[in-house]
Write a protein that binds this ligand. Structure first.
Ligand SMILES: CC(C)=CCC/C(C)=C/CC/C(C)=C/CC/C(C)=C/COC[C@H](O)COP(=O)(O)O
Ligand SMILES: CC(C)=CCC/C(C)=C/CC/C(C)=C/CC/C(C)=C/COP(=O)(O)OP(=O)(O)O
Ligand SMILES: [Mg+2]
Length: 279
């Protein structure tokens, strides 16, 4: 047993970024950060870490082939140990969430349940698995807003809708990239059923939806800076999705860098929202 394996299995970068994003969600909803709001980052980081550990528990057979370096297939953490560790992370996150408003506690419990359901079953269910990841990503903004009550959550609804649509587009294109490996692992994803071309069209439509919602007037942040910044980001998102739209094979989607361009656009959008919220 090594401490570093217990850190690595949580995918710390992912957990920390998700935690910081919850703070950005609170900042966007309220225009400020308070010391108690720092709890949001701890809760989201713990629950995301729990989701990452349970994911590795359920994916152990796939990871033995694709990612033998991960802590469970590498024999650094036992399956039972990882299961107990995931439970401890979820319980710690939910326990701390009892110190937050009931709406935040409810989201923490619902999201922990969805993370377990994703690992156990949803990941292998076409579209529903993508929708689960898109909801989880979007919900970080709802969670951050909910710390300021139902009004805060409502203020972040359009941001959550944009994030949901952009994430669905990216997750579908990631599935299009992975068709060969997923087929070997026995998974069923949308591009395996309808083909890469139609998946690209659907992903592009979702990206267009995200762009349209991003331009609609909403929230205190909506103004000249926001419009100028988001217009540039929208072009990046549309460009990324358009690169995927042109493909008919998984190799083409990988070479198009569509998913990396979309990720870049999504993080840039986060910066635009955060800056627009404080200026
Ligand atoms: C049209 C438009 C303006 C879209 C932007 C939508 C938007 C604001 C997206 C922000 C989403 C975001 C960056 C969330 C960060 C926090 C979080 C929960 C991250 C989860 O992981 C995302 C990461 O991209 C995973 O990468 P990978 O492992 O390569 O899938
Ligand atoms: C707001 C609260 C309380 C929690 C947020 C929970 C969050 C942010 C989750 C974000 C991260 C996320 C979307 C996780 C989904 C589960 C996951 C680990 C997906 C990656 O797993 P695989 O699809 O198996 O891909 P790998 O090959 O990388 O294992
Ligand atoms: Mg996995």
């Amino acid at each position: 047993m090594s401490a570093s394996a217990y850190i690595r299995i949580t995918r710390p970068h992912n957990a920390v970024v998700a935690g910081l994003t919850a703070l950005i969600g609170y900042l966007i909803a309220t225009g400020t950060l308070t010391p108690p709001s720092l709890l949001l980052a701890v809760i989201v980081a713990l629950i995301t870490a729990g989701g990452n550990v349970i994911n590795d528990v359920c994916d152990v057979e796939i990871d033995r082939i694709n990612r033998p370096d991960r802590p469970i297939p590498a024999g650094e953490i036992s399956l039972g140990g990882a299961r107990a560790y995931a439970a401890a992370l979820f319980i710690a996150g939910i326990a701390i969430a009892t110190l937050t408003p009931p709406l935040c506690l409810a989201i923490a419990i619902i999201n922990s349940t969805i993370l377990v359901a994703y690992a156990v079953r949803l990941k292998r269910t076409p579209v529903l698995g993508n929708a689960a990841v898109a909801y989880l990503t979007a919900s970080v903004f709802l969670f951050g807003g909910a710390f300021a009550g139902i009004e805060g959550l409502v203020r972040n609804l359009s941001l959550a809708a944009i994030t949901f649509l952009a994430t669905i587009a990216r997750e579908l294109l990631k599935d299009a990239e992975d068709v060969d490996g997923d087929a070997a692992g026995g998974a069923r994803t949308l591009p395996m059923i309808v083909g890469v071309r139609r998946t690209g069209i659907f992903a592009f439509a979702c990206a267009c939806g995200a762009v349209v919602v991003s331009l609609l007037p909403s929230g205190d942040w909506w103004g000249l800076f926001y419009l100028a910044g988001i217009a540039v980001v929208d072009l990046v998102i549309l460009f990324g999705a358009f690169r995927g739209l042109q493909c008919t094979t998984p190799g083409c989607v990988r070479e198009s860098s569509a998913t990396s361009i979309l990720r870049m656009g999504m993080f840039a959008a986060l910066a635009v929202f955060a800056i627009a919220a404080v200026i």
